[in-house]
Each structure stands twice: as structure tokens, then as C-alpha cells.
Design a protein around this ligand. Structure first.
Ligand code: HEM
Length: 135
């Protein structure tokens, strides 16, 4: 067994869980939950969540890039279908990375919309990545 490949894939999945799962929790847990408090408190707590999540999002992005490049270089089977799906995945991943950094800015009125975009692209990426095993 190639232990380094195993560790890299496990870290890759962990990064995906942190980034996409974090966005799902924020968009469908924290955002609606904060609707029940007053406007002033809501925007303060919302910015505090953003500040706390930012280093996690940046670490997950860095980890996904490093482990993803490693996974790509050590993948034995590289078919045309894999390259096509991988290209689509990279475009969506760039969207997720850029919007995750924007969404984690404080005092952000467009956060809900940005998080929805991350969730949609993130779910499509996970579905594409699950298909990698068969292409
Ligand atoms: C939001 C960003 C990303 C998410 C959510 C994500 C998610 C995933 C998931 C869930 C898998 C499947 C693991 C498995 O069970 O086999 C995977 C595999 C893979 N990912 Fe990513 N990924 C992301 C970004 C990247 C990036 C930036 C790269 C490359 C630079 C990359 C390269 C790969 C490769 C090559 C595999 C296939 C590994 C293999 O089958 O040998 N990913 N990814």
C-alpha cells in the first residue's frame, strides 16, 4: 500500500468536507438562525463568524491545492473522459476558492448569495470527483 497517497487523499477529502460542509452549515444553519436576532447583533455575529471561518477556508484551499496536485500526478489512469471532467472540476474549484475568500470578508451584504454559489459549485465538484473512480 502507498501510504503517502492514502494520506494525501484523506487530507484532500478532509479539505473538501471543511470547505463545502462549512459553507452548507453557514448558509443553511447560521444565516437563517441569525434572522431571529436584532439587526445590530446579527451583523456583529455574522462578521465574527466570517473572521473565525476565514483561516479555516484559506487552509482548506491551500490543502486542496497541494493534495489535489499530488493526487493528479500520482493517478495511474488518465483517460480522455477523466481530463474532460477534471477541467470542469478545476473551473468550478476556482469559483469556489475565489467566492469563499470573498464570502469570508466582514460586513458583507452579499454573503448569503455567495454562500449559495459555493454550495452549488461544491456539490457539483463532489459529484464529479465521485465519478473519477469509474473514468
Ligand atoms: C472545492 C474544491 C475541491 C473539492 C470539493 C474536491 C473534492 C474531491 C473529492 C470528494 C474527491 C474524491 C476522493 C475519492 O473518494 O476518491 C476528489 C478527488 C480528486 N481531486 Fe479534488 N476536490 C477539490 C479540488 C481539487 C483540486 C484543486 C485538485 C487539483 C489541483 C483536485 C484533484 C483531485 C484529483 C486528481 C482527484 C482524484 C484522486 C484519484 O482518484 O486518484 N481536487 N476531490
Amino acid at each position: 500500500m502507498d501510504y503517502l497517497s492514502f494520506v494525501m487523499l484523506a487530507l484532500h477529502v478532509l479539505g473538501a468536507v471543511a470547505l463545502v460542509g462549512g459553507a452548507i452549515m453557514w448558509r443553511y444553519g447560521a444565516v437563517p438562525g441569525l434572522q431571529s436576532v436584532d439587526e445590530g447583533i446579527r451583523s456583529r455575529v455574522d462578521s465574527a463568524i466570517a473572521a473565525a471561518w476565514r483561516p479555516i477556508a484559506i487552509s482548506a484551499i491551500g490543502g486542496l491545492l497541494i493534495t489535489g496536485i499530488y493526487n493528479l500526478m500520482h493517478r495511474p489512469v488518465q483517460t480522455k473522459t477523466f481530463h474532460m471532467l477534471f477541467g470542469i472540476k478545476m473551473l468550478l474549484a476556482l469559483h469556489v476558492f475565489a467566492v469563499a475568500i470573498l464570502a469570508a470578508r466582514p460586513n458583507n451584504d452579499r454573503r448569503g448569495r455567495q454562500l449559495t454559489g459555493i454550495v452549488i459549485s461544491g456539490v457539483v465538484i463532489v459529484v464529479i470527483s465521485a465519478a473519477f473512480r469509474w473514468v
